[in-house]
Design a protein around this ligand. Structure first.
Ligand code: 0PR
Length: 361
């Protein structure tokens, strides 16, 4: 095999990042372990308990239960599954803002629940009136996002919790991306702030762990037990995970990263990323583009399609929102120098675009 993985020096669109060196080392050491079989691989299972305990402290849950999943998609699917299995209605529904990640579409499809998608307000957050109007006695779950994929917005989680409780529904928070930056902000997003039942919080995004390391947290054992199936020929008696064989590398690297970085290292990273996002937003605004204020380290700006394409042609890994804005995620590997070089390329393109085309005569 001759192929090499891409470098990170032009990657501006990813929600994953270079693993922290200690996370990389731990991943390598635990590559051949399977937390799906705790009877055979006990040390990685013990590490998984540590991972959940640490995720609990990050998310404001004293006695957390959960597991390290393949990613946010699996955590979200499992949260919908818990709610569906608890629902009394024959045809339960799930209410979420349009900003929620597409993994919930997969969940609804697999699990046969009705997905009710409500609009967001002017600030890209779940519109509470629309949520209120959509829930009913058959609502099994209300979903709030704490750090949306496109604009980095945090839904009003306590209010969503009140609405969920008013119809006897559960509340799931998708903090897959935001979970490792929100502890350093004033947002109310976690288990202490609201009646949150389940949460997705991914070490392999802002947590700087190796892929795959997603996190599913539940407030109590009985919630997680909804997922458990008997495992007659394993030494352990039941399994709550969606996949069977799982990555010990993900589990070990999550623990290593969190031990190294929680809380001070993550805080420093949040400040660095947020300052970078503000710097980039200012730079784009100064050049006349409409910019969506980066409330978390994610910048969206209205850049013409042709400029976007030209930047991609220069090797910048950038992506677009559903409505076509340029979207840049200030992950830990994104430095000020990278952003300055990106803006330099943008300026050169603009100069070229404003030079009149030479005529033939
Ligand atoms: N919830 C939120 C809020 C997310 O942003 C994402 C992924 C998920 C759940 C699903 O997580 P997994 O992808 O771990 O299952 N958001 C990004 C996306 O789908 C993920 C991503 C990661 C995109 C790396 C690009 C990339 O290079 O757009």
């Amino acid at each position: 095999m001759q192929s090499e993985p891409q470098a990170f020096d032009r990657v501006l669109s990813s929600m994953c990042t270079e693993p922290h060196p200690v996370a990389r080392d731990a991943a390598e050491r635990f590559l051949a372990t399977n937390p799906g079989d705790p009877g055979t691989y006990p040390s990685v299972s013990a590490l998984e308990e540590e991972a959940i305990a640490m995720l609990g402290s990050i998310a404001g849950l004293e006695e957390p239960t959960g597991y390290i999943a393949s990613g946010g998609t699996e955590a979200n699917i499992q949260a919908v599954r818990i709610a569906r299995d608890r629902a009394e209605s024959q045809r339960p529904n799930v209410v979420m803002p349009e900003s929620a990640h597409f993994s919930f579409q997969k969940a609804a499809d697999i699990l046969g629940v009705e997905l009710r998608i409500v609009p967001t307000d002017d600030n890209f957050r779940a519109d509470l009136e629309a949520v209120r109007a959509s829930v009913d006695e058959a609502t099994a779950l209300v979903i709030g996002v704490a750090g949306t994929t496109e604009y980095g917005r945090v839904d009003p989680i306590p209010e969503l919790g009140e609405i969920a409780r008013s119809v006897g529904a559960m509340l799931h928070v998708d903090a897959a991306w935001g979970g490792f930056v929100l502890p350093f902000t004033d947002y109310e997003w976690n288990f202490e702030h609201a009646p949150v039942d389940t949460m997705a919080i991914d070490p392999h995004k802002m947590g700087q762990a190796a892929v795959p390391a997603g996190g599913l947290l539940a407030r109590s054992d009985d919630l997680l037990n909804e997922l458990a199936v008997d495992t007659p020929y394993l030494e352990s008696t039941s399994q709550a995970t969606l996949t069977g064989t799982r990555s010990g590398a993900g589990v070990a690297s999550a623990v290593a990263a969190m031990e190294e970085l929680w809380p001070e290292g993550y805080k420093r990273q949040y400040v660095r990323s947020q300052n970078n996002a503000k710097w980039l937003a200012d730079a784009l605004e100064k050049r006349g583009y409409d910019v969506v204020d980066p409330t978390l380290p994610l910048v969206a700006a209205d850049v013409p399609r042709s400029t976007f394409d030209a930047l991609r042609a220069k090797g910048w890994r950038i992506s677009r929102t559903a409505t076509g804005e340029l979207r840049i995620v200030c992950m830990p590997h994104v430095t000020r120098e990278m952003l300055a070089s990106f803006i330099g390329d943008l300026d050169r393109l603009e100069v070229r675009a404003s030079v009149p085309v030479a005529s033939d005569d």
